[in-house]
Write a protein that binds this ligand. Structure first.
Ligand SMILES: O=C(O)CCC(=O)C(=O)O
Ligand SMILES: [Fe+2]
Length: 307
């Protein structure tokens, strides 16, 4: 395919090893404002753990339907999602909240995971949780915020995605166009099978081809609201490009805890940048997205301050 190199050139790359260089913070801010996504290289998740997790995830998604259905919702949409009318090639298993050992444990029990599988999932959960908080804090710092400790303890949703691509489905949609609803997403995309496309500032779709060993970071609706409109909530979709199973592993740092409010810190608000959104809780916003079926960030417009 040879797509990997091209992707590494198109989507900005952020190198964790280069921090605390000022230049890397600048790149992180620019990527987050312009694209709302970037490749993370030299990240904290060991390559062996990524590939072990990938095979564990594949075997969980290969389980019989009766077992997958035991993976129940904790919040709307957090458990098993069977292929649907909108996304017939797509199914997913998931858990909420990744930071809770108990939630990870009950996810494993629902799917009758072996002790080896549990061990891999627990290790991955810990590593990816640390990584997502780390990159969130660096992002806050890149925008000039000194204290970003508040990101800690934010709930995290975890979802493993399977695309049942067949020869007949080549050219059709794997997952509809959407933004992620939360603050930040870390995606371990399939290292061999492409199909993810992100929308750039001009509205054109850019293929995000596999780039093995790296992670993809996406910014969601909460990031846009929290930054008073500075950060981009990247629109993206998955297309079926080839007739083979595609697996991806997504970790979503959603936003402040239950009743806590999403609102731009004072640093992002001044006379030239008045508050764009009314304060809201992530939970209410998630409900709004679900009830309006506005999946591609349009629901944020409903949170605009009256002008
Ligand atoms: O599978 C992918 O590459 C993207 C998945 C995604 O966008 C999501 O889970 O929100
Ligand atoms: Fe997404």
């Amino acid at each position: 395919m040879g797509g990997g190199e091209e992707d590494c050139r198109t989507i900005p790359a952020i190198d964790l090893k280069k921090f605390p260089e000022a230049e890397e913070y600048r790149k992180l801010r620019e990527a987050s404002e312009t694209w709302g996504c970037f490749r993370l290289v030299n990240h904290m998740i060991p390559p062996a753990l990524m590939s072990e997790m990938k095979s564990v995830v594949r075997s969980l998604l290969d389980l019989p339907m009766e077992i997958k259905k035991q993976n129940k919702d904790v919040i709307a949409g957090s458990g098993y999602m069977a292929p649907s009318k909108v996304n017939p090639l797509y199914e997913a298993l998931g858990l909420y909240d990744l930071g809770s050992g108990q939630a990870v444990d009950s996810f494993c029990s629902q799917l009758n995971a072996s002790s080896y599988q549990r061990e891999v999932i627990e290790k991955y959960a810990q590593a990816v949780y640390e990584q997502i908080v780390d990159i969130g804090q660096r992002l806050a710092k890149s925008l000039g915020l000194a204290d970003s400790d508040y990101l800690k303890g934010w709930p995290c949703q975890f979802r493993i995605n399977k695309y049942n691509f067949t020869p007949e489905s080549v050219g059709s949609s794997g997952v509809q166009l959407h933004t992620d609803s939360g603050f930040l997403t870390i995606l371990q995309d399939d290292e061999g099978v492409g199909g993810l496309e992100v929308m750039d500032k001009s509205g054109a779709f850019v293929a995000v081809d596999p780039c093995p060993g790296t992670l993809l970071v996406n910014l969601g609706d909460v990031a846009k609201a929290w930054s008073n409109g500075r950060l981009c909530n990247v629109k993206h979709k998955v297309q079926c490009k080839e007739a083979t199973i595609r697996i991806s592993i997504a970790t979503f740092l959603l936003g402040p805890k239950k009743e806590a409010i999403v609102e731009a810190p004072a640093e992002f608000v001044d006379s030239e940048h008045p508050r764009l959104y009314v304060p809201f809780t992530y939970e209410d916003y998630r409900k709004l997205r679900l009830s309006t079926k506005l999946q591609a960030g349009e629901a944020l417009a409903l949170m605009r301050t009256p002008s």
